[in-house]
Write a protein that binds this ligand. Sequence first.
Ligand code: KG4
Ligand code: ZN
Length: 336
Amino acid sequence: MIVLGIETSCDETGVAVYDGEHGLLADMLYSQVDLHRLYGGVVPELASRDHVQRLLPMIRDCLGQAGIERPEGVAYTAGPGLVGALLVGAALGRSLAYAWGVPAVGVHHMEAHLLAPMLEPRRPPLPFVALLVSGGHTMLVNVTGIGAYQILGESLDDAAGEAFDKTAKLLGLPYPGGPHLARLAEGGTAGAFRFPRPMTDRPGLDFSFSGLKTAALNALPRATDEQGRADLARGFEDAVVETLAIKCERALAQEGVRALVVSGGVGANRRLRARLTEVASEAGAEVFYPKPEYCTDNGAMVAYAGHARLAAGQHEPLRIGARARWPIDTLTALEA
Ligand code: KG4
Ligand code: ZN
């Protein structure tokens, strides 16, 4: 089955075509960062309007690249995310499917992130534990099948990506700050700044990152020159990476599984990837990542997740719907 995937949950317009037999046929991404940079963060209304302008021409180009006139199914991100932005993809995706006479399915954005490593030649075996670290969510999920998700722990306040972005802003770095902060941290000295590893001193798998941002703010006056800023960035990055690593180690031991999946924008972080590879190997497990460009938002992961559901016979009625909030553990599990 050939599925068109559409991602418009935030500030990236992603379109891709996935073929169950031959894999990814085409994949296009437009990032709105230049549009939002001026405001230091995503402006929802501007995001929606830009998706409206870009989406249809991108779909046309993407189908052309894939060499097909129409797909056999359409998948669009239906939540969670910015509701106006989501509605653009949902309205167009659902309507095109109707016009083409093919089924449509609304995809859960975090499920798409979670399944993104399935696009790689080396796929994670079930069951696995997934660490989802994006701009809006941080969670550990036990995965026993597609749609069979048990949340083991999640952030009680800021997501890891949000903490990266807010700390980057304190350091005067442009939006979105995560990758900029990571680059600055490369020149920093480990241990020059030491920040807490929140919630690692008590049992459980929940996270809290808002205190780290405050700790970074309090340390800012001590970062008096360029080296000091790099040292602070390094101290902050190490704190987030170590906190995530400790919880992943715990989750692997608790669930007794042999595979760890890491996905979502922060999953593109090089130091995090290196550290989690060590943690997994010490736990006798293997770690699986999507390639960095499929860690951040993209259409390919939506096409893949939608394909799994459409191929199993799931589809939406003739209704355009999007959800700003949508707990991942309420999804329908596909039969194995
Ligand atoms: O998954 P994503 O593209 O969008 C959401 O679904 O939220 O994640 C975006 C987040 C942003 O907070 C961004 O700063 C962060 O991922 N990010 C990174 C890196 N690349 C992206 N954070 C740390 N290091 C990176 N290399
Ligand atoms: Zn995302």
